[in-house]
Every structure is written in structure tokens, then in C-alpha cells.
Design a protein around this ligand. Sequence first.
Ligand code: NAD
Length: 461
Amino acid sequence: MSYDLIVIGSGPGGYVCAIRAAQLGLKVACVEGRDTLGGTCLNVGCIPSKALLHATHKLHEAEHNFEAMGLTGAKPKPDWKKMLAYKEDTIGQNTKGIEFLFKKNKVDWIKGWASIPAPGKVKVGDTTHEAKKIVIASGSESSPLKGVEVDEKTVVTSTGALELGKIPKKMIVIGAGVIGLEMGSVFARLGAEVTVLEYLDRIIPGNDGEVAKTFQRILKKQGMEIITGAAVQKSEALKTKAKVTYKLLKDDSEHTIDADTVLLATGRRPYTQGLGLDKLGVKLTERGQIATDKHFATSVDGIHAIGDAIEGPMLAHKAEDEGMAVAEILAGQAGHVNYGVIPGVIYTWPEVASVGETEESLKEAGRSYKTGKFSFMGNGRAKANFAAEGFVKILADKETDRILGAHIIGPYAGDLIHEICVAMEFGAAAEDLARTCHAHPTYSEAVREAALACGDGAIHA
Ligand code: NAD
């Protein structure tokens, strides 16, 4: 078969690229080797973890807030098998949804693992397909850690954590990043004793420092033990347990702890195995990512790359935006991604969301800025809903009042952040947000109050 475009990989980057390119009139195929479409995100990442986070958040609510709201009676108990079935059903609905969208948009799904024997050619099994253009959207895999051997049973990555045989009594999480804290939250809410070991002296590196401190305090209150400045040296899987040895950086002391399950969550790396990039001469960055220019073109003519396989934050929505942009470029349009306005969300409770600059990055760049902060304690809806922990912080240029970044820890922060993203896309000032009527009573009033706090002051503070 011959196509205008063959996309390799059907994760959020790949499938969105394929659909957009087909909508723009190209003849498109997408190669996927898994049994279902959707890549890591839909099959073993974003979607299944959100199902488990949702279920366990409801359990937490039932255990902690129902009585106070006048909801009494037998308390729900987790049934892990049923919870996993709910998770699988959620995955199925979503992956089948992509299959439907492919059919609707006339995107061919080529089943199997692809390699690129030469520019313009994609080989899957014994068949070689012709393609005017190729987009690599092959995603990422968990990075290994020296001394830690993953068996996906006792020592697991996020993939194994999503299908454990039973709820562990004790769990050690290596890495206090997004995966570690999301999955750590799931099992802590299910009753596991969770200890998080983090190399740095803080959690969620790259996020606003004040948010990170508040988040750490809240997680501790929820029962999670977080040990920072802990360099993990090795983990040994015993019969039914695993031992983890770490060194505390402050005094070089060595410690060993054990648990039923160890989750390795120290980052991900691009997955480009088997594509044949070496032979083709596709250049990689020092960190093993596929090097691309502003139009997602690799060093080899006719081959483009997007998503986790290239530089930038490893986020599904960043990949989606790049997928749309490259499809538009290949169809002769001006595709574009604004990397200054890509939100990041951690789907714990409370949620953590951020966009744009942090105070740390602004200080480092020597820029003058002002801060407008508002606590959810001053938000009536949050108080009524037992969700008043956290705050909204907006950073604006000191002279022009233009919004430079925002950081939220609180209820539905991952949804609240988007009005600030839109404001930033339009180059809005904090005053523009502050003068926008926000419905009462909503959590989003806290965003407006933070914007007001950039000016003459919040009302309810
Ligand atoms: P991460 O980069 O977010 O966090 C890894 C953490 O591990 C860091 O805090 C790091 O300092 C720590 N670490 C590294 N080496 C260590 C060691 N030897 N001992 C102890 N700690 C160590 O990585 P992740 O949580 O694995 O996530 C991988 C990628 O997937 C990230 O890019 C993340 O953004 C993405 N992801 C995003 C979401 C989301 O958007 N909600 C969810 C899951 C994953």
C-alpha cells in the first residue's frame, strides 16, 4: 500500500496526528503493535491510573467526609479485583473509541511493529508500505535505575503497579515525581503503608517550590512517608518481598527497608527501539531523544518525530499538540505549538497544576514579577466540600501585569488551570482575569481572587 503519511505509534501524539492529517485530506495509516490503540497513555498510563485515582478518592471521601455530611451507614470497602475490572473497562471504552475514530476518518490501522528500512518506506512484518512522509510517535518507556531489577511483580514500574495481584500492605516508591505520587496515593488510600524515597531535597522537581512544600505536608497528613535526600542504591527481590537500600545524602548513612511491592518511578526515556534509526542516520540528542527542528523534521528528509520520543515535557497533551501541528505542517498549513503554555497536572487529591514560569525560573532569569495568591480557605464552595486545602498563585509581570505563570494546589486544579492557560494564550493581564465575572459559588472564584490579589487585593482574604 502507498500512503501520503504513515504514523508510527498510536498514543496521544500518533493517533491525533493521524486523525488530523486525514481530516486535512491526506491518505493516512497508523502502525501500532499493541493489541489495542492508544499507546501507553490509554493502555497503561494516564487513563487506567485515573480510574484507580477516581475510585480510591471516592473511598477516601467515604471514609473521611461522609459521616460529617450526614451520610451514615456501612462504609464501602475496596474490592481490588472489581476495581481492576472497572479500570480495564475504562481502558476498553477509550481504546475502542480510537478504533472508531480511525474508521470514521478513514485512517488505516496497520497492526504490528514498524521499522523504517529507508526514507519513504515502513516495514511491518513481511510487508513494506510506501509513504511520502513518516511521523515517528513511538513514545517512551520507564528508565531503568542501576541496582534495581524490575520483575513487574514485586519490583514494578507504573505498568506493573496498575495490575498488582493484591493490594500491598507495604509499598516503597522510588522517586517523588508525578508517577510516584499518583500511584503512591492510590495505594495509600487503599490502606498500604507507603514510603517514598526521593533523591532531591524536595518533591515534584520543576514545580513551584511553595506548592511542593504544601503538597508534601498534605501527603504526609494523608499518611504517606516521604524521605527526601535519599539515594537509592539497590533493591533485591526476595520470595514475597523486596528490600531497598538507600543512602541519606545529609550524613551518608545507609538504610535498608522492605516492602511487599517496590515501585520504580524515576523517570521515562524515549522508546525508539527496532525502528532502525541508526542505519537511517537519524540524529539523536545527548539524552537519546530524536533531534527535530521547529517543524518536527528529523535529520533525515521525509521523517518527522513528535511526543515523548523528542525533546520537551513527556506529557500526553504536549504530544497531542505536536501531532496536530505536524499534521497541519505536512498538509501545507502553519502548525504551531506554544511551549510557554503547556499545563502540567498531578492527579492526586488535592490536584496540583501549573503553567508557565515558576517563581524560581523568574528569579533565575532576573525578571521582576508580582504574586497574587489566594487560599481555598476563603472559597465557600471548597469549604462546603471539605476541599479547602491549597491555594492559587498567579505570577504576573511587575510592570505590565501580563500573566507569566500560575500554580494551583487544590480541588480540580487540573481543570481550573485552563482559564489561566487561555488567558496566557491571549496575552492577558491579571486584571483581565480579575475583571471577568466568575460564577458563585465555584472553585474557579479562587482563580479570580488570586488575579485580584495581583492588583488591589482579593476580597475574601
Ligand atoms: P519524574 O521525572 O516526574 O520524577 C522522577 C523523580 O525521581 C524525581 O523527583 C527524581 O528526582 C527522582 N529520582 C531520580 N533518581 C532517583 C534515585 N536514584 N533515588 C530516588 N529518587 C530518584 O518521573 P516519573 O514520575 O517517573 O514520570 C515520568 C514521566 O511521565 C514524566 O515526564 C511525567 O511528567 C510523565 N507523567 C505525567 C503524568 C501526568 O501528567 N499526570 C503522569 C504520569 C507520568
